[in-house]
Write a protein that binds this ligand. Structure first.
Ligand SMILES: *Cc1c(COP(=O)(O)O)cnc(C)c1O
Length: 433
């Protein structure tokens, strides 16, 4: 498979190059040249396949030629080594729980797949890869756990001191080994700025093989297709395919679902559930795309004012607005509605959504109210305990910590406290690697 840059100013690359680079030299996102369609029998008989087989078959055409099948089989198995259950909430609404991975959010799937691919490519080059990331909280944890103990890869995570939650900080700082946490006495923007400077510093890049673990990387984007197929495997009424509602921020997750659908996955309709950051909701209503400054909300992983993956959605539909509207709807949900939904779903159905899942639930309910006879699922993208500060006051009940998190909370934090100055980062990298 070849990948082209959506800015069309850089040469095509294979999966390996696209993974190592992340972004094309012209700053475009990489996009597959063709979309390999699965044979109809695959989805007709999906119950017959193991989860690993399903994932392997979906991803193989995208990776083929850059690693042996045996490696890809191992990577796929390690990527989805936790449950992804489809749980019934009420008659016509199900929750696809994507939070059973190590950092309790769906980003674990993409991060685990990408880390292992990079690890394989690094070994092939016999060169250590150094992944540099700045995080405001969630991405760093998924990346840290995804890359933990992957041979040939070292990870350096910069996070703003005192500005991430206690659970998030533990996820970043308690692993050790190949995961290095730099606690920066500054803001998230400072962290990002330091990382940018490092990538532009020839005194580093001439000696060290630096890369990012950006969410636009094809190796994070493409494996997100897996759980859409795994959801369909668990969908009992195959004659009435599901409406799928995805809480969306950067639109990588829903774009993977749309890609799986294009490749043959039966889906009735997609819904992008947004919070007050409603650029895409507005676009689908009015036909004009107007990026805005992000506003903070309770579902903060979706606080994105100019979703970076939306160009991929448009490319998938060849920029045809009508074709896109046939498949995708969007609703924007307020913080008040989010809180009320958490409460109603908990009281009425004894199911506890996190704020992102609640946005998804309500958007799906609105759509279903207009489309009688259809049924759907929302993607529950994070465990509610990650957002206990929002959820607990609404329900009035404490959320028990999952066992893995309890064990982590008692481990010692290992981080290097650092001034927000480039020389400090440079020194650290030169002395460590
Ligand atoms: C990242 C994230 C989202 C948004 O996913 P995108 O792929 O950026 O649209 C939604 N919910 C949670 C919990 C997230 O961490």
């Amino acid at each position: 498979m070849r990948y082209y840059s959506l800015n069309k100013q850089s040469p095509d690359v294979d999966f390996k190059e696209a993974t190592i680079r992340g972004q094309a030299p012209d700053k475009g996102l990489y996009f597959p040249e063709t979309i390999p369609v699965m044979e109809k029998a695959f989805y007709d008989h999906i119950e017959q396949y193991s989860n690993e087989e399903i994932a392997f078959r979906m991803i193989r055409p995208y990776v083929a030629g850059t690693m042996p099948d045996s490696e890809l089989e191992r990577i796929v198995a390690e990527t989805i080594n936790f449950p992804i259950p489809l749980v019934q909430v009420q008659d016509d609404i199900y929750s696809l729980e994507l939070f059973h991975g190590p950092t309790l959010a769906f980003k674990d799937v993409g991060a685990r797949f990408m880390s292992r691919c990079l690890g394989y490519f690094a070994q092939e080059r016999k060169e250590k890869v150094i992944v540099l990331v700045a995080t405001s909280g969630d991405t760093g944890g998924a990346v840290a756990h995804g890359f933990y103990e992957v041979p040939g890869v070292e990870v350096v995570i910069l996070y703003p001191s005192g500005k991430v939650s206690s659970v998030q900080e533990k996820q970043l700082t308690t692993l050790g080994k190949n995961i290095h946490a730099l606690e920066v006495k500054g803001s998230f923007d400072d962290c990002q700025q330091l990382v940018k400077q490092a990538f532009m510093d020839p005194s580093l890049t001439s000696k060290l093989f630096l890369t990012s673990a950006n969410s636009i990387n094809v190796a994070r984007w493409l494996p997100q297709q897996f759980y859409y197929a795994l959801a369909y495997k668990q969908w009992s009424d195959k004659s009435n395919p599901p409406v799928i509602c995805v809480p969306s921020g950067n639109f990588g997750n829903i774009c993977a679902g749309l890609l799986a659908h294009r490749a043959g996955l039966p889906v009735q309709h997609f819904i992008a559930a947004c919070n007050a950051n409603d650029v895409v909701t507005h676009y689908l209503e009015a036909g004009e795309y107007q990026p805005k400054k992000a506003v903070p909300t309770l579902s903060n992983a979706m606080d994105v004012g100019n979703p970076s993956n939306f160009v991929r959605v448009l490319e998938l539909f060849h920029q045809e607005f009508g074709a896109l509207k046939n498949v995708l709807s969007s609703y924007s949900i307020t913080d008040e509605e989010t809180k009320a939904t958490i409460k109603t779903v908990f009281d009425k159905y004894h199911y506890l959504p996190d704020p992102h899942g609640a946005v998804g639930y309500l958007a799906l309910q609105r759509y279903l109210a207009q489309h009688p006879g259809e049924k759907g699922m929302f993607l529950e993208t994070a465990h509610p305990v990650k957002f206990y500060d929002v959820v607990e006051p609404v329900t009035g009940e404490a959320i028990p910590l999952p066992q893995a998190v309890q064990a982590m909370m008692v481990l010692n934090k290992q981080s290097h406290l650092m001034e927000p100055e480039y020389e400090a980062l440079q020194q650290f990298l030169k002395n460590t690697f």
